[in-house]
Write a protein that binds this ligand. Structure first.
Ligand SMILES: [Zn+2]
Length: 199
């Protein structure tokens, strides 16, 4: 049997973890990794593993599109990160070492302005880091996936996944917060800072 890709396994877990009242028919083949996890005493953990994703997905935002509509306007990587809460590999993103003095980073999904160039700082973490966002542009959710208590950040306009925010790490910034954002979730607009912006 060909070993299924990780996202397939995750989707399978997600589906089965939520199908608590539906008996599994004999015709349904259970893939081996699920069987292993299902036999573990920590099965309730699986529910919490995906609970925050489910709750943030159920929220509504000004820009609402179906999965098909998002797939039509986003490339494969953008869809994986913005809509499926993926993470780009560290030190690979377009904006990791991008340090302009002016300009705005907008949401790659809906073009809402999210961060100013002046919010960006060098964190050395491998992803673009901002100590603050444009007011109201970013919405926070508690994210308990993979057993870690983290704060997910999404675009307030379309709900697109941006990354996570960390506090109290000791960076010498005005907020001591680090918005750790995927480059793929962002589009830099350099011209909008010229002559003032509308944000
Ligand atoms: Zn957006």
């Amino acid at each position: 049997m060909r070993f299924p890709a990780f996202p397939t396994i995750v989707r399978t877990f997600y589906t089965l973890a939520n199908a608590t009242t539906r008996p599994i028919s004999a015709s349904q083949r259970i893939v081996a990794p699920f069987t292993v996890l299902r036999s573990m005493p920590t099965l309730p953990f699986l529910g919490s593993l995906f609970s925050s994703s489910a709750s943030s997905r159920n929220m509504t935002y000004p820009v609402e599109k179906s999965e098909n509509e998002w797939q039509a306007v986003l490339n494969k990587e953008q869809f994986r990160i913005l809509r499926e809460k993926g993470t780009e590999a560290p030190y690979t993103g377009t904006y990791d070492k991008h340090m302009p003095s002016t300009g705005i980073y907008t949401c790659a999904g809906c073009e809402a302005p999210l961060y100013k160039a002046t919010h960006k700082f060098k964190s050395g973490c491998g992803w673009p880091a901002y100590f603050d966002s444009i007011p109201g542009a970013v919405t926070r959710h508690t994210d308990s996936t993979f057993g870690m208590a983290r704060t997910e950040i999404v675009c307030s306009n379309c709900g697109g996944h941006l990354g996570h925010v960390f506090k109290g790490e000791g960076y010498p910034t005005p907020t001591d917060e680090r918005h750790c954002v995927n480059s793929i979730s962002l589009t830099f607009k350099g011209d909008e800072a010229k002559g003032g912006s509308n944000v």
